[in-house]
Each structure stands twice: as C-alpha cells, then as structure tokens.
Design a protein around this ligand. Structure first.
Ligand SMILES: Nc1ncnc2c1ncn2[C@@H]1O[C@H](COP(=O)(O)OP(=O)(O)OP(=O)(O)O)[C@@H](O)[C@H]1O
Length: 687
C-alpha cells in the first residue's frame, strides 16, 4: 500500500474508527505513521509477584489459576480471577468490562502490565493490559518497550498501536529514504524505515535514541530548508544598497526628547554599519517591551531618507500603525521629511492621493498595516523596510514588501523575547541585535497573582490610583459571553458591570478585535488623551501600545494567556515615570498554572520568562498561535533539541552554499518534498 492511501483502506478501520482518527488529524497511512508516541512504558522488566511495587505499574508473567468470575457492585460489573507465578499470586480485576470474562483460559500464561494495589485485604492488579504467551514464545519476546500515544479521541492505546503496526507493515515498500546518503553518513543517522519502526516499537533504548535523532534531524532540516526556500530560493548573501553616511544624524539624535541608552547606541551602530555596507541588511532587532525600539527605527529611516531613499514601516495592527505614524511624523516634520499612513481604513480617495505622493517620492516614509503589501502600492525609491513583527507577519509577507524595492535593507523589530534556540529557526539567516536595557528612571512593575476573592481590594486600589490621575487597563480573555466559556470574564459584560456597579464616577470603555477600525482608533485616541480612565480590552492592546500615564494592568482569567503574552500585556504599563502594577487574577488550582503565574511575580526579564514558559509548556504553545508559513513540529522540540538543531543548521548551510550538492538527485527530491510541504501548509492556512 502507498503512504498516501486513505486510512479507511486499512483493515479494521470502519467509518466510526475513521471519524475518530480524523479528529486526530489522521487521514492517510502516512499521518498514522507520523502519529508519534508521547512517551513509552518499559515493560521488559518482569517482576516476581511477591516483589511488585505497590501503587506502581509492574510487568508480571503469570498463569491463570481460577476461572474468571463476574460480580456486581450496584451497576458496576466486576470480572476477577487469580493468577500465580513461582513467587506468589494476586487477583486480576477488570471493572465495567464484562467481556473480559471470556478473554482468559485457565492454565494459560499471560504477560500482565498494570498497577498493583492492596484492596480489601487482597493484592490485585487493576484493569491491566495483557498478552498471551504461547508455548514457543519467551517472556522477553513479548515484554516490550510500549508506546503511549497522545490524545486518543476515545480510541484505546491498543487500537492505535495495532493500527500503527499494520500501517508500518502494509507500507513497508513505500518507506523510502529521503535523505541523501552523505548526510546519513556524516551525521550518523539510521535509515528512515528503521527510524519509523523503532520510534513506535523500539527494541531497546539505544535504537530508540537513534530513531528519534534521525526523525528530529529530518524534521528540523525540512524546516530550515523551507525557510531558505521561502526567503529567497536558496539565495546567498546579496549585494544591496550602500546608504550614505549622514552628517545630519547627530543633529537628529540631539533633537530627540531624551538621550539614547547605551544599548540603543550599540544597536544603532550595528544597523548603521549594515546600512552603509554594500551588502543588503537583514537584521532582527530584539528588545524587551518598552526598551525603545521605535526610536531606533526612526533613526534608520532618517538615514535612508537623507541618502535619497524611501522607507516603509509595517505594523501588525492599525492601532499600532497610527501610533508609529504619529511618533515618526512629530520627529520628522522639523527636518522636512514627509510621512504617510496607509491602513485598512484609509478611504479610497485618500489612498489615491497618498499613493501618488509616494510614487513621486514626495512622501519619503510610508507607515501602515499589511495594506502596504498590496500590489498597487508602489514605492519606487524603497531603500529600507522595517517590520514591527511581534510574530504577526509571515516570512512571505515580509518578503512581499521588500520586493517593492531593489534589494532594500531589511530590519525586523520584535518585542517577544525569543529564546536563542527559537530565534535561530525563526530568523536563522538574520543578524541579531538585542536592546537589553530599559530607559533610565523606569521603576520595575510590581506584579501580584491573586484569586478572585481579592476583587473588592483591587477595585479600591484602582480607584485610588485613578483619583491620583493615573489610568488602568483591564484585560479579559473573551469578547462576549459564549456557551462553553460562561465562567470566563468577557469584555462586553465586564465593562457594563464595572461602569454601573464599581466605577460609576469614571470613564470606562471597551476595545476588542471585532470592533470597526474607526471605533477602535477613536477609543485608543481618547484613552491616549486621558479622556478614558479604564480601558477594558481583549489582547488587542498587547502589541506595542504606548500610553505612559497608564499604570495598572489588571488581567482577568490570567491562566488563559501564554507567559510571553502576559509579559507583553504587562509591558503596556511601566512606560513612564510612575510606579506601575500588574495584577493577575486566576482561580485555577492547576500546578503548572500556579508555577507560571509565580514566574510572572518573580521576574520582569522577558528572556527568563520566555525560556521558562518554553520549558513548562513546550514550544507548540509558546506563541499562543501557530506561526504563519511554518510547519508544525511533529517530533522535534525546539528547546531540548538545540544540539541537533545546530548540526542541522550546519548541514543546511552546506546544502545551500555548495551548488554541486544541489545537483544530486536525492537533494533535489528533498527540496521538492520541502516545496510540497510548504504548499500543503499554505493550503492548510488558506482554508
Ligand atoms: N533612551 C530613552 N530614554 C527615555 N525614554 C525613552 C528612550 N527610548 C525610548 N523611550 C520612550 O520609552 C517608551 C517606549 O518606547 P518604544 O515605544 O519605542 O518601546 P518599544 O521597545 O517599541 O516597546 P514595545 O515593544 O513594548 O512597544 C516611549 O515612550 C519612548 O518615547
């Protein structure tokens, strides 16, 4: 059978099982085979019955010495019988599974795996997994390292195991090697077929590790190659624009309302060096929330414009685009530089006029949302592209903006502190600058995680601060009440409650993603001016909003947010001279949640928070949402597999650099496979 055969072509998969498998995202035999175990149980160690650890799982090899009997306790059917080995005996008991009565034969030997308990003065093993050991078999040939699969959609582990074993067997002929031989040799990788067989049913620990390494290597290599392909079809370092040194830059810096921090100066130097060189700049500027990235963007844009080029700045939301526009306009106007704004709400007429001015270079800096990448936007002298990324744009969108110019310099700003291992993958071919210093005078934000019993005190606290002239954000996980989330705070109802019951004396308003852009902008402008004191919102304010007078960030149902997200949200306060506070409300008793909220109380360092979050939750959930244009990881863990990742990057770079390798048929097939995957991803995304 072929790997692409539909799962219901497999024996034993009827419509019911198929629909359960579909729920797990399994449609073909290939999907089935790539449904990797989440963990393993080592059942090879067979323990004599009298040495079994209580309340722990054990493997025993025992013979049935009493016929199964059925008893009832209320509605519960209990099947029980006694088994023995040379050291002793115990009872095997199944609850609620009447059919077990007929599964065992007196005098036969079985391998049982289950938890051994003391119950009502008897030793018993509860609902164990079992397998008959026939005459010719040894216990060792039956007791195995057994895979345990993730989310089973009500399919038993046994069924999944059997389906995978069958898929592997039926597709054996189609499990072809897809990595070139020289890569297998150089990195000591086992074949694809062996790896797939042993990731599910490893014979021993050694082969399991080898199988995993091989599959992780392949997955990361595919990811790295797809990033290369998406970025520039294996383009090497390219020559770009040589921006002229600007004499006026010093004057521009002097005109800023503050002195640059040491970190800002260092990053600026790195950027200037890139811009003034003949190579195209491709730089990621990473700075913790509030570290002052926007001004760095302004300086780079100023330099480009001074040399006769145009610059573009793309932001992920309209609110943020407007904020950047206002900031840049104020700085640039005194120097006679014109800044334009293009967003989804720009009217047709305004847009025509604006685009004309951009085309004639009358407007030198264009700020906007992804409206900037539309085909009719022409920026003829485009020399610098900056995206304020925050993980909202895909690699492809970033490229599309760059393509409006002739190899413009590219700078990506991000506030999400990305652990090094992840930055390597997401921005593998970029140079990285880090702004690791906050502007002077900032007091660390005080953070407290509390439960909802604290609400009355929280409201008093907010009242006091607003009376002193400050402002407050309140974040809820939902926009409106919905059926399955009535226990979560929602923006609409909570605003009404706060307005009427708690803060009738203050201006309370709400903001959420479903509102019209015009309404959103209006509310944000009123909050910026101080006309609104309490802004209740979803995470739309998470990205980059800058209102220095806001000093309290109250987050309801804090357990619903990723740590990176909480850190971003908290970064909306503490942006001015006043002491700021972040209050995280959660009634969750979950241990991991409590730990995560505790980290927020203890650390204000975005990098520490991000690393810890990654450790606690795994990278899949790190960003809260999936990355556009990036395949999901099936087996690799970007955090713990950092060592393999490094090897992969060396290997991928070699494939890219040495054209001779590209000529080989296997490498071409590999690249083709990567291309197909990207298409699949895009399709998946478009749906
Ligand atoms: N060197 C500096 N000294 C004093 N204030 C500064 C300095 N640099 C920036 N600021 C101010 O700090 C605030 C935050 O700056 P900015 O909005 O650029 O931060 P950011 O890094 O983009 O943060 P975020 O990612 O959270 O949006 C702004 O009010 C800005 O004017």
């Amino acid at each position: 059978m072929s790997l692409s055969a539909a799962i219901n072509e497999l024996k034993g998969v009827g419509p019911q099982v198929a629909s359960k498998l579909h729920k797990l995202g399994i449609f073909t035999l290939k999907d089935m085979i790539e449904h990797y175990p989440k963990e393993y149980e080592d059942r090879r160690q067979i323990t004599p019955i009298n040495e079994c650890e209580r309340d722990e799982p054990n493997s025993i090899l025992a013979t049935v010495v009493s016929s199964p009997t059925v008893t009832r306790k209320g509605n519960l059917i209990i099947v029980s019988f006694r088994v023995k080995d040379q050291s002793g005996g115990l009872y095997i008991t199944f609850y609620g599974q009447a059919y077990m009565k007929n599964q065992f034969t007196l005098g036969e030997t079985y391998l049982f795996y289950g938890t051994v308990k003391y119950k009502y003065g008897k030793i018993e093993m509860e609902s164990p997994e079992y397998q008959r050991v026939t005459k010719g078999q040894t216990a060792q040939s039956v007791a195995k390292i057994t895979p345990i699969y993730p989310s089973t959609a009500k399919l038993s582990q046994k069924v999944i195991r059997t389906l995978i074993a069958n898929s592997l067997e039926k597709c054996e002929g189609d499990l072809r090697e897809n990595l070139p031989n020289f890569i297998l040799k150089q990195y000591g990788l086992i074949s694809k077929k062996e790896a797939l067989q042993n990731i599910h049913f490893p014979k021993d620990n050694q082969i399991f590790f080898e199988a995993r390494k091989r599959l992780v290597f392949e997955e990361l290599l595919m990811l790295q190659l797809s990033l290369y392909l998406l970025k520039s079809d294996f383009a090497k370092r390219t020559e770009g624009i040589t921006h002229k040194k600007s004499e006026g830059l010093g004057e521009f810096i002097k005109a800023l309302p503050f002195a640059l921090t040491g970190a800002q100066k260092r990053v600026l130097k790195e950027i200037l060096k890139d811009m003034e060189s003949k190579w195209a700049m491709n730089r990621l500027v990473q700075g913790d929330v509030g570290s002052g990235k926007t001004v760095i963007a302004a300086l780079a844009l100023y330099l480009a414009v001074q040399g006769g080029y145009q610059g573009a700045l793309m932001a992920p939301t309209e609110v943020l685009a407007i904020q950047h526009f206002m900031f840049l306009e104020k700085l640039m106007m005194p120097f006679g530089i014109q800044v334009g704004l293009l967003t989804g709400s720009t009217t047709k007429k305004q847009k025509e006029l604006l685009l004309e001015k951009v085309k004639s270079s009358e407007i030198q800096i264009l700020v906007g949302t992804h409206a900037l990448i539309e085909d009719n936007v022409e920026i003829p002298q485009l020399g610098l592209v900056i995206t304020d990324e925050q993980h909202r744009f895909g690699v492809r969108q970033r490229l599309k903006l760059s393509e409006k110019g002739q190899m413009p310099d590219v700078m990506v700003m991000t506030a999400t502190p990305i652990p090094r291992t992840l930055a390597l993958i997401l921005y593998g071919d970029m140079d990285i600058s880090i702004i690791d210093e906050l502007p002077p005078g900032r007091q660390p934000i005080k953070t407290n995680a509390v439960d909802s019993a604290y609400h009355p005190r929280i409201y008093q606290f907010i009242t006091r601060h607003i009376q002193e002239g400050r402002q407050c954000y309140v974040i809820c996980p939902m926009v409106e009440e919905s059926e399955n989330s009535s226990d979560l705070r929602n923006v609409v109802d909570y605003t009404a409650y706060l307005k009427e019951q708690v803060f009738p004396q203050f201006q309370v308003a709400y903001l959420h993603g479903k509102m019209k852009p015009k309404e959103k902008n209006e509310i944000m402008a009123r909050f910026s001016k101080g006309d609104i004191q309490i802004l209740v919102s979803t995470t739309v304010v998470e990205v980059g909003v800058n209102v220095p007078n806001a000093t309290i960030m109250l987050i309801e149902n804090a357990e619903r947010f990723g740590l990176a997200q909480l850190h971003q949200l908290r970064g909306r306060v503490g942006r001015g001279e006043h002491q700021s506070y972040c209050i995280l409300v959660s009634d969750s008793k979950n241990k991991v949640t409590r730990k995560r909220l505790k980290i927020m109380e203890e650390s204000t360092d975005g990098f520490v928070i991000a690393e810890t979050d990654l450790k606690l939750r795994g990278p899949g959930e790190f960003f809260g949402t999936r990355q556009h244009g990036l395949p999901e990881m099936k087996i690799a863990n970007l955090y713990t597999d950092a060592k393999i990742l490094k090897e992969v990057q060396v290997c991928a770079a070699r494939l890219r650099e040495e054209d001779s390798l590209m000529g080989g048929a296997t490498v071409q097939a590999l690249v083709q496979e990567v291309k197909e995957r990207i298409m699949e991803e895009e399709l998946h995304h478009a749906l």
